[in-house]
Design a protein around this ligand. Structure first.
Ligand SMILES: [Fe+2]
Length: 288
């Protein structure tokens, strides 16, 4: 397929990238009905993410960049593999350890999942996507890459502290999703949400190339590769909440009361847009 194929995701100022990812409902309907409330699976053309992080780019990143543990890590069956087993310090260099190709490949062949955090910092195409989404979401966006060459899971069921848009670029992954018993749990929370769900999943979703999954923070999930090799990008963003507005003055026991009273739901995008405009127009006033 030619690079000029119009079905591929194209990030230009004139296109609303969020609308395209959330097609057919679009961003407006998404913020009104889905955002922070429930998951949503968006089907897309299989080739639309093929330019985002091709396998050749991932190989190049591994070859050219020194990505320290745990930013680059391997996971297998819920365990993180010791980085000393696939990295080495090079004599005469004081820099961080380098990847060793043979043991790294052996781990991947045995089913290890490869994770690279903040891959937008080393990929121009992913960085363009992240910056474009930041302008729409008014939130800081970080993108992690998850690659697997087998059907062995990397992680036990867990929930994340960020909302996430999952972009499936290659292969097929099956997600089991569990609605949280209490919405919008936080890392430092008055009611820690640590016990994995014992009930049946709320939904099971198979993501194919070109598909997008939105998952609000706090939703338990487990992921299995169905067709390898598989690669997805997890676009994470943390909606600012009422708690953030009040975070500075409170500590300890006071903090618990603040969390319980103010709420941890994400602030509406309209409020963040107004805050962003206010920061631009009256920076000195707002930083005093
Ligand atoms: Fe996760």
């Amino acid at each position: 397929m030619a690079d000029s194929d119009s079905s591929k995701l194209s990030i230009t100022p004139s296109r609303d990238i969020l609308d395209e990812l959330l097609s057919p409902i679009g961003a407006q309907d998404f913020f009104a009905r889905i955002y922070g409330e429930t998951y949503r699976h968006f089907h897309g053309d299989p080739g639309r993410f093929s330019n985002l992080l091709p396998w050749a780019d991932l190989n190049s990143i591994l070859r050219r960049h020194r990505l320290d543990f745990p930013r680059l890590r391997l996971a297998l069956n819920g365990e993180i593999i010791l980085p000393e087993t696939y990295t080495e310090r090079v004599a005469g260099r004081r820099s961080s350890p380098e990847l060793r190709v043979e043991p790294l490949t052996a781990h991947l062949n045995r089913g290890a999942n490869l994770i690279i955090e903040s891959i937008e910092e080393v990929s121009d195409s992913v960085d363009e996507l992240a910056r474009s989404l930041e302008r729409k979401l008014f939130e800081t966006v970080r993108v992690n890459a998850y690659a697997s060459w087998s059907q062995i899971p990397g992680f036990d069921p867990h929930w994340d502290t960020t909302d996430v848009l999952v972009l499936q670029t290659s292969g097929v992954k099956r997600w089991k999703l569990y609605a949280p018993e209490r919405k919008w749990p936080m890392l430092r929370d008055v009611e820690p949400n640590m016990d994995p769900p014992s009930s049946a999943p709320t939904a099971e979703v198979s993501l194919s190339p070109g598909d997008v999954l939105y998952l609000p923070r706090g939703w338990w999930h487990s992921v299995n590769t169905q067709e390898a090799p598989s690669l997805h990008l997890a676009v994470g963003f943390t909606p600012r909440t009422g708690v953030d507005l009040l975070r500075c003055p409170f500590t300890g026991e006071q903090w618990s009361h603040v969390v319980a009273g103010v709420g941890s739901q994400g602030l509406p995008v309209r409020a963040l847009w107004m805050a962003s405009m206010a920061r631009m127009l009256w920076p000195r006033v707002l930083t005093r």
